[in-house]
Design a protein around this ligand. Structure first.
Ligand code: SAH
Length: 218
């Protein structure tokens, strides 16, 4: 049976070419995932026409869905093969979680705001992402019952790496986090090598605040 053609497919392919490929993202699995995930479903209906634009968009509760390029860049920096167990902090709309669901074996995602978590959970279920688990909670504490994680992605800006997240990272694992002040951060890749932290940075970004015990106050 032929699947109904998605009218947004072309727009999505153009987003990937113009915003990701042109800026140097080469991971084919990431590009394919972002050609598949229906980003317009992760924003409210009134904003659908702008869903594939080169910018973040509001998702309610003063939070945002990240710019497509940033989602692509962070996903590429995680270097996923498909076998990993991944922890995401900051589910938000659930879009990044869906992209990770395409790229990894299992995704655990934590959101502190119950309304966002519930909406994302319902949408991901409707879209058939059976390997993505969403929980309401305080992300700077991680998800101890599911640790260790091969990869951790923090999609909110933090002053430092929350210690529980580094603890819950597997040996040779990799954590991607925007580190900086409340308005500007540097996208940072942290690796755990023989228990030690190795970091390098990857350019500037602007995320909403990571709120919690090991980050900013609400
Ligand atoms: N990844 C999201 C965008 C994240 S916006 C997407 O694809 O749409 C950042 C999210 O992090 C917000 O929803 C915010 O509520 C959440 N957040 C902030 N601090 C948090 C914490 N300590 N634990 C869990 N979620 C947190």
């Amino acid at each position: 049976m032929e699947r109904a053609r998605d009218p947004w497919e072309f727009t999505r392919a153009r987003m990937v070419d113009e915003q990701l490929v042109r800026r140097g993202i080469v991971d084919e699995r990431v590009l394919a995932a972002m050609r598949r995930v229906p980003r317009h479903r992760f924003v409210e209906e009134a904003l659908r026409d702008r869903a594939y634009g080169d910018h973040p968009l509001p998702i309610g509760e003063e939070q945002t869905i990240s710019q497509p390029y940033i989602v692509g860049l962070m996903s590429a920096l995680l270097e996923l093969s498909g076998r990993e167990k991944v922890l995401e902090i900051g589910t938000g709309s659930g879009y990044q979680a869906a992209v990770l669901g395409e790229l990894a074996r299992r995704v655990c995602s934590i959101e502190r705001l119950p309304r966002l978590a519930e909406r994302a959970r319902a949408l991901l279920e409707e879209l058939g992402y059976r390997n993505v688990w969403i929980r309401v909670g305080s992300g700077t504490l991680g998800w101890p019952d599911e640790a260790p994680f091969d990869r951790i992605l923090v999609t909110a800006g933090s002053p430092a790496v929350p210690p529980p997240l580094f603890q819950q990272l597997a040996e040779d694992g990799r954590l991607v986090i925007p580190l900086g002040d409340e308005t500007n951060q540097a996208l940072t890749v942290v690796e755990k090598v023989r228990g030690e932290m190795r970091t390098r940075t990857h350019g500037e970004c602007k995320f909403v605040k990571l709120v919690g015990k090991y980050a900013w106050e609400a």
